[in-house]
Every structure is written in structure tokens, then in C-alpha cells.
Ligand binder design. Structure first.
Ligand SMILES: [Zn+2]
Length: 370
């Protein structure tokens, strides 16, 4: 799940349009129940997501010998199931889905995993970190223990009115997810054969615990998941179960890994919005974007501040209950990164957490990489 739009798309996009330095080979999304072949044997599916601002999520179907590999499952709703069944009926040509890969545990990606697994009699492949987190969240525990999240945001200075808006407005993980009974583990560096190709697992952090992206170096294609998105930025949040986690640092380290590993001409297949090229430019944009936001936060902290006091500085007002949770997670993630960089210290008492400036007032945050 992801945050705020950075740019407004132009009304009439043409194939090959360059927007903000990124080239989009496809002007339109696939229509409901339809696919677009984005590369030989790789088909793009778009399904709706019931979260404000996010709109849709992409799934990928890849020809795989005598069957198909599917990457991601969509949100687990009836509309999404019907769309996927329509796609299967039109595209698969009577051949089975024999492999399902789940990039990460979030409901727009793992939501339909239990249903798809049962339908095709398969065991989904995902990282162990995502599997465990999904199972805790579906029981309304861990990252989805709503009361603990409310306590956490209160400790971090969120005003009571917004704590209540969060508690009453947050969408439960379990609402949109059915999980399979078991999984087959994916690890960093694994080579996953799909048809004639080998796809290397790249593990990312910052958005989810052990996010899987798949890179085919020979074909210069990355199935990015939520780790690299165009037009919107990936939500990078710290959660109550790991309150000192430097989510922003972890995310930027992953961006640097991609900069080092990916060929400059790689076609990026993101989970949200449209496929694009010029990934190195996008990664540098992300490093600049977070440096800018870190400096905004640092200025707003002054001598000392709490995360709840900063979300009006970081986000446009009027967040709904669900968005407040992500906004707080992002604010705390940025503050923890400023601690890691030596600009702030975390001051924690029994009832509250604040952040105090320890670096000289004129010190600024530089981009993580250039
Ligand atoms: Zn997502």
C-alpha cells in the first residue's frame, strides 16, 4: 500500500510518453478482465483496490512451459475474483496455473492467495518473513493489532480525535485476505525458473518485512512489487511491533541495491501504476524525495517534537482513519532515520516518545545516493 501522488498524470498519454524522466511504453491500463502482453509471454492484469488513492494493483501472468506462473493475487474480494476468473478463461488456453508467487503480505497482493492456491492445488511461493507476518495479521495480531497501534500512535503524540478516527476507520487486514495453509519459501538470490527464463529473487525492506522482487537479467525485466513504483511513492512505515526500526534507511538501502544490480535499460513491472523504463532515474528521484522529506521533518522538529505533531507538515490535511495509520508510520520511520543519521535522539518515557535535535541547526540531510 502506498502514499500520496507526486504528479498528476497528463490527460492524454501516448505510448512512449516521457513523464518526469520516466518512459511509459503503454499508455493505457488493461481493461477489466483483459490483459496486455508487456513482453513476450508476460501478461499484465489490473484489478481494483478498495483504498483511497491507491485505485488498482497489477498482477502478472507468465507463460511457463505447459502452464502458467502467476505473480500476486489482488485484494481478496468478490469483484477481484470474478475479474481474475475472466482473465483465466480468456488467456490460459486450458493450461493450468502451476506456480503462484506472492511479493509481500499486504492485502492487495496476498489477499486472494488462499483462494488461488486452492483453485489450482498449489503451494504459493513467498518469503518466510512475509508468510509469518501475513499469518499474524490475518488473526488481527502483530502489524494488524489495531488497539496496540492506537496506543503506539498516542505515545507518539497523535491527538485523541485522530486516534479515534484511526480506530474507527482503519480497514482490517482480515477483511480482504484468505491465506493458504502452507507456503514454499523464497530466499534472497534464489533463481526461479519460469519457462526458459531464470528470475532472481531480490529481497527488499522498508515497505514490508521481506519483500520479493524478481529480476530476469537476461531479458532485463524486473517484477518490482511495491519496491519501485512510478508516480507514487512506496509507503515506508515503522510499526508498533518494532518501534525503533529505521524503515526509511532500510528502504533506501534496497533502492541502492537495485541501482547497483539492475541494468539501466530494465523494463520495470511495478505493482501499482504502469510499466516504465529509466529505473536509475527513478531510484535517484526516490533518494532525492526522501532527503527532501527528511529535511522538512528535521526543520519541523525544531528543538524537540513528537511524530503526531508532524503529520500535518508531511501530509495534506483530511486523512481518513486508514491513512492516519500510514501517515504515523511514515512520520516515525523518517524520525527514526534521522536518529540513525545522528541528527536526533529518541526520548522515551513510560507514556510518551519524542525526538530531540542533537546535530547543529545548519546540518542538512544529503541524498542516500546520487
Ligand atoms: Zn501494494
Amino acid at each position: 500500500m502506498d502514499a500520496k501522488a507526486e504528479t498528476k498524470p497528463r490527460p492524454q498519454q501516448k505510448p512512449g510518453d516521457v513523464i518526469d524522466g520516466l518512459m511509459f511504453p503503454f499508455a493505457e491500463f488493461p481493461a477489466a478482465g483483459e490483459t496486455i502482453e508487456v513482453a513476450d509471454g508476460i501478461f499484465w492484469v489490473s484489478t481494483p483496490v478498495p483504498f483511497v488513492g491507491l485505485k488498482q494493483v497489477n498482477l502478472w501472468l507468465l507463460r511457463d512451459g505447459d502452464g502458467w506462473t502467476m505473480v500476486d493475487c489482488s485484494y481478496g474480494g468478490t469483484t477481484q475474483r470474478e475479474l481474475i476468473e475472466t482473465v483465466w478463461a480468456k488467456l490460459l488456453g486450458g493450461r493450468p496455473v502451476k506456480q503462484l508467487i506472492v511479493t509481500h503480505f499486504h492485502p492487495d497482493h496476498a489477499g486472494g492467495s488462499g483462494w488461488i492456491a486452492e483453485k489450482w492445488g498449489l503451494r504459493p511461493r513467498m518469503s518466510h518473513g512475509e508468510w509469518l507476518t501475513a499469518n499474524l495479521a490475518v488473526m488481527n495480531k502483530n502489524t494488524d493489532h489495531v488497539e496496540s497501534r492506537g496506543v503506539f500512535y498516542r505515545r507518539h503524540g497523535l491527538d485523541e480525535a485522530r486516534v479515534q478516527r484511526f480506530l474507527t476507520g482503519v480497514v482490517l487486514y482480515s477483511d480482504g485476505v484468505t491465506l493458504p495453509k502452507s507456503h514454499k519459501r523464497l530466499r534472497s538470490g534464489d533463481l526461479v525458473p519460469i519457462g526458459q527464463d531464470k528470475w532472481r529473487v531480490i529481497i527488499g525492506e522498508g515497505h514490508s518485512p521481506e519483500h520479493v522482487s524478481l529480476y530476469c537479467a537476461e531479458r532485463k525485466i524486473l517484477i518490482a512489487g511495491d519496491q519501485i513504483l512510478p508516480s507514487i511513492t512506496t509507503n515506508v512505515s515503522t510499526w508498533h511491533v518494532e518501534p525503533e526500526f529505521d524503515a526509511v534507511g532500510a528502504f533506501l538501502n534496497t533502492c541502492k541495491t537495485f541501482l547497483d544490480v539492475l541494468h539501466a535499460d530494465t523494463l520495470i513491472l511495478p505493482s501499482h501504476r504502469k510499466p516504465f523504463r529509466n529505473v536509475q532515474h527513478r531510484l535517484r528521484q526516490l533518494a532525492l524525495h526522501h532527503a527532501h522529506r527528511l529535511n522538512v521533518v528535521l526543520d519541523a522538529v525544531g528543538q524537540e517534537a513528537r511524530a503526531g505533531e508532524l503529520i500535518d507538515v508531511m501530509f495534506t490535511p483530511g486523512l481518513d482513519g486508514h491513512q492516519i495509520g500510514f501517515a504515523m508510520g511514515e512520520a516515525i520511520g523518517h524520525l527514526n532515520h534521522l536518529v540513525a543519521l545522528g541528527h536526533l535522539e529518541m526520548v522515551e518515557t513510560k507514556s510518551q516518545v519524542s525526538y530531540r535535535r542533537i546535530s547543529a541547526k545548519e546540518k542538512k540531510v544529503e541524498p542516500h545516493f546520487a
